[in-house]
Design a protein around this ligand. Sequence first.
Ligand code: NAD
Ligand code: UFG
Length: 332
Amino acid sequence: MKILVTGGTGYIGSHTCVELLNNGYEVVIVDNFSNSKPDVLDKIKEITSKDVIFYEGDVCDKELMNKIFDEQKIDAVIHFAGYKAVGESVKLPLMYYRNNLDSTITLCEVMSSHNVKKLVFSSSATVYGSPKNLPIKEDFPLSTTNPYGTTKLMIEGILKDLYISDNEWSIAVLRYFNPIGAHESGLIGENPNDIPNNLMPYIVKVATGELECLSVFGNDYDTKDGTGVRDYIHVVDLSKGHLKAIEKVNSSNGIDYYNLGTGNGYSVLEIVENFSKVNGVKVNYKITDRRPGDIAECYADPSYAKEKLDWAAEKGIEEMCRDAYRFVMRNK
Ligand code: NAD
Ligand code: UFG
């Protein structure tokens, strides 16, 4: 089977390509390197000893997308390409709406015209807004608090309408919780060039001495120790969920939604503590004000993914912390 992976040189995409290749799939990637680097392609090859077919370009470019579907016999698509920084989306909403919506609509149009109707889409737990109950189930009310989240919710709506209009589509919408960690080889992972927005990349940069001190955004939440609680999931576990989703869309029609999380919530201070212990490094931190827009607590009920996809996360917090640090140390 040949899978088109949009955004396949990005953080989650690259790990998913490794899993696909290791499981006998052929992989075609399209990426414009807006948030990734070409050397990821060499790393994927180094890990798997397999080649991918690569197209450099924009998923919003319909001519390019038609060319890819004309040249390759694509069986199904995993659509990662998109912008993902919450803060940036507040400052540049039109750029987010343009890229995330346009890429998805263009992709679906081209898929439709080539009669390829199996799609796995990267959504996010952000579509649950500020959940009233925990753990979060797929049928909880949906809302968003920033333009990035709204793009995900709008795309979920577009995909639902698409399925209603044409029941031949088979779509798996994956709502990720907080992916962290890296491939155990230390060859691929997440290492933003700018000052990181997310907790784990920030912790790593404090541990390596690139940044001085982690700001813990608030310790007065109604949580176990007052700091924010999230469902951190190892990126390799998350990637494996995509293979299960591909199997699902191959074997049935419809649209369905799956939480990909572990079901465990860790506080910011617990992450700092685990990271320090596992890696034997000190992480300086100070408590600061809450970050506007943050919620207190967010973790998944992953039982629907277990039941329908036969998928569950396997890696624990120690592996997530160890692998995140190893990747950055290897690639400093
Ligand atoms: P990433 O930025 O590392 O990867 C996205 C890739 O898509 C990058 O390689 C980028 O160059 C590419 N890209 C972006 N727009 C493109 C376009 N128009 N055409 C071609 N390539 C384009 O992000 P990631 O963390 O791997 O996330 C992948 C997907 O998962 C995104 O849709 C993101 O919104 C979603 N998601 C991520 C998280 C997270 O915390 N990382 C959480 C929930 C959902
Ligand atoms: N945090 C800090 N200091 C930091 C960074 C984060 O204390 O420097 C705290 C946050 O307040 C929060 C927790 O660490 O309590 C996690 O924050 P992240 O920024 O790592 O992750 P979020 O849960 O805020 O958001 C992430 C992605 C979103 C996605 C969401 C759910 O950034 O795109 O997970 O998947 F929608």
